[in-house]
Design a protein around this ligand. Structure first.
Ligand code: SF4
Ligand code: SF4
Length: 454
């Protein structure tokens, strides 16, 4: 079967967080395929596990995808400090007589942002509002490429390896079917330590705050790579939980316009017209003109401005996030677009000196006590029931192709892409009976297995 068709049938989406359908992203040709092996969010260990244990599959997949894209260069971007992972990759490259290059990068945040990767590896700044394709590149992360490798063998995306760490009894890597509850994932790590705790889905910087009350009704998706538990009073959590009204009041009363948020913003340093201090000024002053806010559309929500740069503890990232949602829902378009801007954007002269190194970030955001944990054991578990979301990707929700009462096998397609729409297929992650179909498909009566250590 043709590669794009295999990827589409297997329901592969960008596993690095965005969930963009891979059969659409890879339906092109480029000069360079860049593999994101950076895993720059603090505390996450998932991609490193993949690179240590599935290096051969990864190299095979990069070769296949690179050939499909007609890429003349295939480059893995990885932090130089991931020595074991680099060794495993080099061994696999040698064994397969491959020409894939490894580019060892400094340990800074957000080195895994695709705009940063392109800058570090190709020394090119992507035009504002553009994607790597604008400079002849495609960026794909290691988990996605491993899903693609399985899709070639007709194996769909039905499980995830997830880092469960922070304030849990036994930080661990788990492998669970998609649709497993977050509560079950926390139990696999021995449960949580503090009485009042908060759960972040994803990395601590960019992940979503999952309410304690919601951990039984929130489920693993194709894009989840980390579950981080922190005490409820942790500064990252208090920052994520401020009301927007309070955030605006603080911008109006306490923003000293020092512009540290802008000067350390990685997208600004890459040469983009993104000025969080101006957005803060506009919102603090109650500015009505939408143009005053449009630079927020270029924000990647990395959180440097909010959790690292601002000396007043204000929330420029959250302001950008809300403003972006407001501009997009009102149909606002940037006045200057990537089409009308020069293809090569110049990075700021100070970029090399203003990188936020990971060790400094970890200390600044009070994660040092959890940062020394390096995981290698994998606990596999299959729950008796899964709740599989119909929209785990960018685009339209998948349309169920099963009905309540149907008996399904693990790996069977249970929801398909709407005709002509952007989306991704969804598959049963355990065998059992379909018991509920709403915005998710619930499958029960799978055979429960004891948790085991692989
Ligand atoms: S860093 Fe903080 S105080 Fe300074 S301009 Fe930005 S939001 Fe205002
Ligand atoms: S979150 Fe802040 S630092 Fe990050 S891209 Fe947006 S404005 Fe820049």
């Amino acid at each position: 079967m043709e590669l794009i068709q295999s990827i589409k049938e297997a329901g592969v989406v960008g596993a690095g967080g965005a969930g963009f359908p891979s059969h659409i992203k890879l339906n092109t040709t480029v000069e360079t395929l860049i593999v994101n092996g950076v895993e720059c969010e603090p505390l996450l260990e998932t991609d490193k596990y993949y690179m240590r244990h599935f290096a051969e599959e990864l190299i095979r997949s990069i070769e296949i995808v690179g050939t499909h894209l007609k890429a003349t260069r295939k480059i893995i971007g990885i932090k130089a400090k991931y020595k074991k992972e680099i060794q495993c990759l080099e061994h696999a490259i040698q064994k397969q007589n491959s020409k894939i290059e490894i580019k060892a990068l400094e340990s800074f945040y957000p080195a895994g942002d695709e705009q940063m990767l392109v800058k570090e590896i190709l020394n090119l700044s992507i035009p504002p509002g553009g994607i790597p394709l604008a400079v002849g590149a495609v960026v794909s992360n290691v988990a996605t490429l491993l899903d693609i490798e399985k899709s070639i063998q007709n194996v769909p995306v039905t499980s995830r390896v997830i880092t469960v760490t922070g304030a849990v009894k036994t930080p661990t890597l788990i492998k669970v079917p998609i649709g497993t509850s977050i509560k079950a994932c926390l139990d696999l790590a021995g449960g949580v330590l503090p009485t009042l705790y908060a759960v972040i889905l994803g990395g601590p910087m960019m992940g979503a705050d999952c309410n304690m009350a919601a951990i039984e009704s929130t489920f693993v998706t194709k894009t989840l790579g980390g579950i981080i538990v922190l005490p409820e009073a942790h500064p990252i959590i208090t920052s994520k939980r401020l009301s927007f009204k309070h955030i605006i009041n603080r911008a109006a009363s306490s923003c000293i316009q020092c512009r540290m948020c802008t000067d350390l913003c990685p997208r600004f340093l890459n040469g983009h017209p993104l000025w969080p201090h101006k957005v803060m000024r506009a919102i603090g002053n109650g500015e009505k003109s939408l143009e005053a806010y449009e630079s927020a559309l270029l924000c990647c929500e990395c959180g440097i401005c909010e959790l690292y740069a601002c000396p007043m503890g204000l929330s420029p990232k959250t302001v950008n996030q809300k403003v972006k949602q407001m501009l997009l829902s009102s149909g606002y378009k940037r006045k200057v677009t990537s089409e009308s801007e020069p293809v090569i954007t110049e990075a700021h002269d100070m970029r090399p000196y203003r990188k936020v190194y990971s060790n400094r970030l970890i200390a600044r955001v009070a994660l040092s006590e959890y940062a020394q944990i390096h995981l290698d054991d994998l606990v596999s578990y299959t729950p008796p029931q899964v709740t599989i979301g119909l929209k785990q990707h960018i685009g339209k929700p998948a349309i169920p192709c099963v009905k309540t009462g149907d008996v399904v096998e693990a790996g069977q397609c249970i929801a398909d892409i709407e005709d002509g729409a952007m989306g991704a297929r969804v598959h049963a992650s355990i065998s059992g009976t379909v018991t509920v179909i709403e915005n998710a498909v619930v499958i029960t009566e799978g055979i429960q297995k004891e948790a085991r250590h692989d």
